[in-house]
Design a protein around this ligand. Sequence first.
Ligand code: ZN
Ligand code: ZN
Length: 348
Amino acid sequence: MLQQLREVLVAKGLDGLWVAKPENIRYLTGFTTPKDGKLLVMLDSELLYTDSRYTVQATEESRVPFEIARFDEVYEHAKQFTTGKKIGFEADAVLYKQFQELAALAATLEPVDGLIEAFRAAKVASEVAGIRQAAQIADAALEALRPKLQAGVRERDFALELEFEMRKRGADSAAFEIIVASGERSAMPHGTASSRVMQNGDLVTIDWGAALNGYHSDCTRAYPIGDVPRQLREMYNAVLEANLLAISHVKAGVGCKELDTIARDYLTKQGFEKEFAHSLGHGVGLAVHEAPSLSQRAKDTDVLEVGNIVTIEPGVYLEGVGGVRIEDLLVVTATGCEILTSLPKPRL
Ligand code: ZN
Ligand code: ZN
């Protein structure tokens, strides 16, 4: 991967790249505490910087040479490689203070955007296997807890138990703060679990995932408690159809914007134009949200590639009434996709 990255650097007229984003450092080196690391990629060498707390770990994990240096020594050491050179830095990962520190590299600094992320978007077999396993853990955890999803249970308690069930099954943690949104709260697309007590007639949105070895899964289901009003059931069924329709169009070569449009047009026809207030999906990997983005903001030239792992998650949200989102995680193949999230989503 470093070799391909170097070809991109050459094409951009860069002599090197200063990598600060933890996911990118982990991707290129294998070092599992990348938040305490920095990576310098030059055209003929690369060096991981971390501090003395990680000497043993870096020895065991890093696929690239590493240097143990105190935080304040890093730039001074790197200067021998970078002085007078043109060095890229990740525009979306470097804070202003860190940018000021980069001056010590004595290089011409050039902001870059999405260089390594473009490589991360297409997963290799081992990454697919890891994310598949994370998705299976998340599914099994929810399945085990389903009997407890009932009137009288606090959203927060259900979320806590769901995380516990995932960790018991081997997850390192939840992939993100679990969303359990019941009743009118389900109209909030990102309503993290509150102290609301679930009631009969609720349609409960649960958005959860497992983190495993740096990778993540992401899934959403909506479950009825008792008799759910017809308006909510209609919303649910429309979202489900949009989810199935979009998934049926997934394969390598399909436009990222086009997929979003397919789901959006369907929901618009069902009367939910404004109510589908976010994009259709996103890539998932070392970050929960990464490239590619399935949205109206995608470029016309952005197409799905073999090995992309993306979510398909249409949703409809009606303030004061409730909302529904149904999200699946899938691997793009040449002829279609493999769906990694397996929990049933029956019509209501
Ligand atoms: Zn999600
Ligand atoms: Zn998602």
